[in-house]
Design a binder for this molecule. Structure first.
Ligand code: 13P
Ligand code: SF4
Length: 298
């Protein structure tokens, strides 16, 4: 199957993008494995006609918004991010009406409609820089309450959060961090900013998934406790075979990220279905918010 995928990828002039949480075998056939920001940047600059996006709905949608003339295919149509659907356009409209002077920042884990109604997007890698780049002193931040709290700690601006969350990261507890440290006293603890503030307080470092990758490569430490979705461990071990990586919890599994497998990737290449499209009237506005984010230097 791997050989078939490689041959068809060439024939179709396709690029396979995969998020860091994808299954190991899917990561291995991808041209680029990365975090949301890296994958968005890649989608914007790629010149291949077909993008096979192995991730969840909002990621493939972002690629389709940035590259409306490319064929963006998501191998599993049912792979969606629950947090991205925790705020509706009407709820955002109400929040804006309550806070008329505030800028609107939406985490890229959001629907295209929400992006279209926001001033700018951010990812877990650039939330603080995006918020600090704005002229307004008040900022509505949707949908993740935990990333909003993290950003609020690192900016002087007033952050008005929405109450969304990621069920995978919100589930970690400070007790789990303490227990992991007791088991591995020499390990550095890296957590994702989608974790609760009290978990972040127990960690040594807070990073997006790509940030974790860079930190692990550069650190002098030999052991790491990783507070994010377990798929990240595969990449970390592959890139650092001499170091040890322990998941903060074996239960930290994003079910939707695991729905994509090699069979579905091959089928996506064969059929170029299911294709991801965003209506142009929504895409125009959403593109503005994403491109504005991509212009922010980090
Ligand atoms: P990253 O952008 O850090 O990879 O995070 C995406 C995500 O969905 C985290 O749950
Ligand atoms: Fe969404 Fe959480 Fe899965 Fe990331 S890990 S895609 S935020 S549900």
């Amino acid at each position: 199957m791997i050989e078939e995928i490689k041959a068809l990828k060439k024939e179709r002039r396709a690029t396979i993008l995969a998020h860091n949480y994808q299954l190991p075998e899917v990561q291995d056939v991808a041209d680029l494995v990365g975090d949301s920001l890296e994958l968005s940047r890649a989608a914007a600059r790629l010149d291949s006609e077909v993008i096979i996006f192995c991730g969840v709905d909002f990621m493939a949608e972002t690629a389709a918004i940035l590259s409306p003339h490319k064929c963006v295919v998501i191998p599993e149509k049912g792979a969606w991010c629950p947090m991205a659907h925790m705020i509706t356009p009407d709820q955002l409209a109400d929040l804006k009406a309550l806070n008329p002077g505030a800028a609107v920042v939406c985490y890229v884990n959001s629907t295209a409609e929400i992006k279209a109604k926001s001033d700018i997007c951010c990812t877990s890698a650039n939330g603080v820089q995006v918020v600090n780049s704005l002229a307004q002193e008040e900022v509505i931040f949707v949908p993740d309450r935990n990333l909003a709290a993290y950003v609020a700690r690192h900016t002087d601006k007033k952050i008005i959060p929405w109450n969304g969350y990621c069920y995978v990261h919100d589930h970690f507890t400070p007790a789990e961090v303490k227990a992991a440290r007791a088991l591995h006293p020499g390990a550095e603890v890296l957590v994702h900013p989608e974790c609760r503030p009290e978990v972040i307080d127990e960690a040594d470092f807070v990073y997006s998934t790509a940030g974790m990758g860079k930190h692990a490569l550069a650190s002098q430490a030999r052991e790491f406790i990783i507070g994010t979705e377990v798929g990240m461990i595969y990449r970390l071990r592959k890139e650092n075979p001499e170091k040890e990586f322990y998941p903060l919890s074996d239960n930290a599994v994003c079910q939707n990220m695991k729905k994509t497998n090699l069979e579905k990737v091959l089928k996506a290449l064969q059929t170029l279905e299911p294709r991801v499209t965003v209506p142009e009237e929504v895409a125009i506005k959403a593109r503005r918010a994403i491109e504005r984010m991509l212009a922010v230097k980090i």
